[in-house]
Ligand binder design. Structure first.
Ligand SMILES: [Zn+2]
Length: 220
């Protein structure tokens, strides 16, 4: 089973991916992780990507697709879940071409749908411990003493990534560049099974909807 998981930042893609790969024995392919691994290993692709990042420009689609295609080739027969990729319509189209060369295709697309307001609350409410890295939330996961880490008493901070401005920018980029990928897959000649998943709910309920959809697909 070859799956693409789409959704805004903060929709819980990482968490759901972990649960999907456990249940169905798939490989989790996160574009962020793969990019980091390639750079750390100093591969040719990694070095190329690094040079773009050093100069502050986006890593071009071709390079990302090449990197992901390499990782996909090493996936087990059971299949994989793509997380954080494809991020643009161009990447999605190139991925289809690359898979077609191996006589493969994407079987299912899961779209985690979440309101901007919920994402904003989730992300801007996070507080992290600068000493041990534990993450809290001002509403949903409060520390025992307000503003202090349960483990070491350090003063909790909001990471720059979780500031309102950064979250709003990421959402804007998502709506502009990644949301069109949803329509790409809906109209794709490859016609993967497409599932709308309500990601405003808590993680366990989201997992339950995902499993219901995929179980039906697997048993066909
Ligand atoms: Zn701590």
């Amino acid at each position: 089973m070859r799956i693409v998981l789409l959704g805004a930042p903060g929709a819980g893609k990482g968490t759901q991916c972990k649960r999907i790969v456990e249940r169905y024995g798939l490989l989790h392919l996160s574009s962020g992780d793969i990019l980091r691994q390639e750079r750390a290993a100093g591969t040719k692709l990694g070095e190329k990507a690094q040079s773009y990042m050093d100069s502050g420009v986006l890593v071009p689609d071709e390079l990302i697709v090449e990197m992901m295609a390499c990782a996909i080739n090493k996936a087990p027969a059971a299949g994989f879940v793509l997380d954080g990729f494809p991020r643009t319509v161009n990447q999605a189209a190139q991925l289809d071409k690359s898979l077609a060369r191996e006589e493969q295709k994407i079987d299912a697309v899961l779209n985690l749908e979440i309101d901007d307001k919920v994402v904003t609350e989730r992300m801007t409410g996070r507080r992290s411990c600068p000493q041990c890295g534990t993450v809290y939330h001002i509403e949903n996961l409060k520390p025992k003493t307000e503003g202090r880490c349960d483990h070491d008493g350090a003063e909790l901070v909001q990471r720059p990534d979780d500031s309102l401005e950064v979250v709003q920018n990421r959402l804007k980029t998502y709506h502009q560049r990644t949301e069109p990928v949803v329509n790409y897959y809906k109209n794709s000649p490859v016609a993967p099974a497409f599932y709308h998943i309500d990601a405003n709910k808590e993680a366990d309920k989201v997992s339950a909807s995902i499993f219901e959809s995929l179980d039906a697909l697997v048993s066909v």
